[in-house]
Write a new protein. Sequence first.
Length: 328
Amino acid sequence: MNQIDRNKIRKMIVIILLLFAAVGIASYFHKKNSMTLDEYARLHSQNGSPSNNASGSPSGTGVSNGDPSDDITGASMGDVSAGLTGDASDGDSTAAFGSLTGALLNGGPDGKEMLSERITYKTANGTDAEGFYHEPLSENLRRYITGISYPVTTEQEPAITYDELRYVHVLHYDFEGSPTEGELICNAAIADDLLDIFYELYRNEYQIEKMKLIDEYNGDDTASMEDNNTSCFNYRVVEGSTSLSRHAYGLALDINPFYNPYITYTPDGTQNVSPAAAQPYADRNGSFPYKIDEDDLCYKLFIQHGFTWGGNWNSSKDYQHFQKTLQP
């Protein structure tokens, strides 16, 4: 083999190595830009557990801007076994936050990514109600919901922007009577209302089975209702129509939906119950747990804050549903 052939071989080897390196780099950046929740969770565990128990507020006391220099106390979000403790009667709580999807993605590796923009809720005596807060959506949370609860941008822009939405973290009592975490995405215009309402529900040990982002159900409203999940924002149309739901604007909530179904009527008077398995709870004359009616604390709080209730509609009944109309 002559010297020229050897030089050609060397050049080919160098070119092949460069191609492999280029493919590797491109793959890395593609993967970085398409980060999944599992990948983010692994990154989170490698960088330490974020401290995400920001503050939160009883009725009428208002909110305050979060400060990155505030002393944020509590256990790690990753310590899911520690549970939640505290006395709901006075609003004080000490929370060991678990790995809620939104809290994890909005907190960042150190748990403080959105802290400078966090709005915290104050109790009647002016202290932080730990675990009750709202804040803008981080880039990671925006990426997570895009294509599920938030539409992929096409020729027509969505009716609401990311900047008009807020991530809301609260505490609530589950069906076992234990305090646990809940999270929602809502319109920024009602974020303060929701902190006030859910704080009062928590103080009164009102039971809500679960409160997870609708994205964990792939944006499927029926699946979320069947699992009795309390939710808010979901960019979708009203069932059986082409009109955007108030959920698409983050201005409507469904509370314990399995026990408070959505009921429509055909011209011949036939009932359609959604979810279908909630048929036993369509008869509102009966008495059963988790029923929302006009004597219910949840109903009273939402009405006090200017919401309307789907249970008062005439052509249909949506007993889980509360919505608010913004004033022009």
